[in-house]
Design a protein around this ligand. Structure first.
Ligand SMILES: Cc1cc2nc3c(=O)[nH]c(=O)nc-3n(C[C@H](O)[C@H](O)[C@H](O)COP(=O)(O)O)c2cc1C
Length: 177
C-alpha cells in the first residue's frame, strides 16, 4: 500500500458537503467516494423523512461502495449536520467501517449549529481523534466563500504524520454525483 494514501468519503443530500469534498480532493489530489443511502431523501418528502429519522436516530441502509478505508492511511469523512448530529448515512458508514480506519479527519457543513457535537460523535464512533477539523456553513459554501478554510484544513492534513501525497491530476478519480 502507498504509505500516504488519502480517501475522502462524504454524504450529501443537497450538494453542499459534496462541494466541499471536491475542494478537498482538489487540494489533496486524493480519491473520493460518496456514501449513498438506500432511502430516497430528495425533495420535500425526503427532507421530512430525514428530519423524522434523525430525531428518532433511525438506522439507515447504504449502497455498497467501491473503496475500502483499510487501503488508505487517512480517511477524511464529511457529513451534513442533521439534528445537531452526524447525518444518519454517515453514522451508518462509520459504524460499518470503524475498525477499517487507520487515521481520520472530519468535516461538516451545517446551517449554523451542531458541528462541534457532530465532530465529537464521529470521533467517538471511530475511536479516532480528528487530525484536523473543518466546519462550514452551507451559506458560505453556496457563495463559494470557503477556499481559504479548505486550504488551511488541507495544510493541517499535509502537516500530520500521515502526510497526504499530492497525486498528479491524471490519476484522480472523478467525484461521484
Ligand atoms: C434532516 C436535516 C436536519 C438538519 N439539522 C440541522 C441542524 O441541526 N443544524 C444545522 O445547522 N443545520 C441542519 N441542517 C442543515 C444542513 O446541515 C445543511 O443544509 C447542510 O449544509 C446540508 O448539506 P448537504 O447539502 O451536503 O446535504 C439539517 C438538514 C437536514 C436535511
Amino acid at each position: 500500500m502507498d504509505p500516504k494514501r488519502v480517501l475522502v468519503v462524504y454524504y450529501s443530500r443537497t450538494g453542499r458537503t459534496r462541494t466541499v469534498a471536491r475542494a478537498i480532493q482538489d487540494e489533496l489530489g486524493c480519491e473520493v467516494d460518496r456514501i449513498a443511502d438506500k432511502k430516497r431523501r430528495g425533495g420535500v418528502l425526503g427532507y421530512v423523512a430525514a428530519v423524522v429519522d434523525a430525531m428518532l436516530a433511525r438506522p439507515t441502509a447504504l449502497h455498497p461502495m467501491t473503496t475500502d478505508p483499510l487501503d488508505y492511511d487517512l480517511v477524511v469523512v464529511g457529513t451534513p449536520i442533521w439534528n445537531a448530529s452526524v447525518a444518519l448515512p454517515v453514522r451508518a458508514w462509520l459504524e460499518a467501517n470503524r475498525d477499517r480506519i487507520q487515521h481520520a479527519a472530519f468535516f461538516c457543513t451545517h446551517g449554523g449549529s451542531g458541528s462541534a457535537r457532530a465532530i465529537r460523535q464521529m470521533e467517538a464512533l471511530t475511536g479516532q481523534p480528528s487530525i484536523a477539523t473543518l466546519s462550514l456553513r452551507s451559506e458560505e459554501v453556496r457563495r463559494g466563500a470557503f477556499a481559504a478554510k479548505v486550504r488551511t484544513f488541507a495544510s493541517a492534513l499535509h502537516g500530520s504524520s500521515t502526510s497526504p501525497r499530492t497525486a498528479p491530476p491524471s490519476t484522480r478519480r472523478p467525484v461521484p454525483a
